[in-house]
Write a protein that binds this ligand. Structure first.
Ligand SMILES: O=C(O)c1ccccc1NCC(=O)[C@H](O)[C@H](O)COP(=O)(O)O
Length: 198
């Protein structure tokens, strides 16, 4: 079954919405962004989030040591990393049981140690690509960039990702929108992979 990650949670109200809707994963942004969280804010959100929902930290060229403290405190268990990544850095994160999602521009950049891979030029800006695309790899794939309630089914049909990642498409006027989050989650969870149909 394709899973859904709702990215860019900022408030306890966002967490409450996710607890009710139950997306598979949520994203906490630690990169420079209007959605940026610090350690303390993210810890408060994680403490209120249902334990079965996986939390992913989003980073751009962040030193691994800074990420480790968030993993060790159980605030995040997956790391979505934009920027230069080496197998050594990934293995450092593996030592703390973190799963690493490498964001790449093309398949030649994929590191052998990465657990999952995604293309993402959007970085939370709702940018719809010319065509939906996931890296061609045997690793787990995340699809992201401009996904909305209107295009999510078509995007899954075209790319068969393991996870669909949505941020702007789950918001109205920059705030998480319960109805959009619920519709997106239902559309993803009800998609029938076997017959490629909804
Ligand atoms: O969300 C951000 O503000 C952000 C900032 C810097 C790097 C990445 C960021 N978000 C990453 C995500 O996982 C988003 O879900 C992904 O880019 C899709 O965004 P959208 O097109 O808005 O759905």
């Amino acid at each position: 079954m394709t899973k859904i990650k709702i990215c860019g949670l900022q408030t306890l109200a966002d967490v409450k919405k996710c607890n009710a809707i139950e997306p598979d994963l949520v994203g906490f942004v630690f990169a420079k962004s209007p959605r940026q969280l610090n350690f303390r804010m993210a810890q408060a959100l994680r403490n209120q989030l249902k334990s079965e929902i996986i939390s992913v930290g989003v980073f751009v060229n962040t030193p691994i040591g800074k990420i480790q403290s968030l993993v060790q405190a159980d605030i995040i268990s997956q790391v979505q990393y934009y920027g230069k990544l080496t197998n050594e850095k990934i293995n450092d994160l593996h030592q703390f049981d973190a799963r690493v999602i490498q964001v790449v521009s093309n398949e030649s950049e994929i590191k052998q140690a990465a657990d999952a891979v995604m293309f993402d030029k959007s970085r939370g800006r709702g940018l719809i690509p010319d065509h939906f695309n996931v890296p061609q790899t045997t690793k787990s794939t995340y699809l992201s960039g401009g996904i909305t309630t209107k295009n999510v089914v078509k995007a899954i049909q075209e790319t068969h990702p393991d996870v669909v990642d949505v941020s702007s498409g789950s918001e109205t006027n920059g705030e998480k929108d319960f109805t959009k989050m619920q519709r997106l989650t239902n559309l993803v969870h009800k998609f029938k992979e076997k017959n490629n149909e909804y």
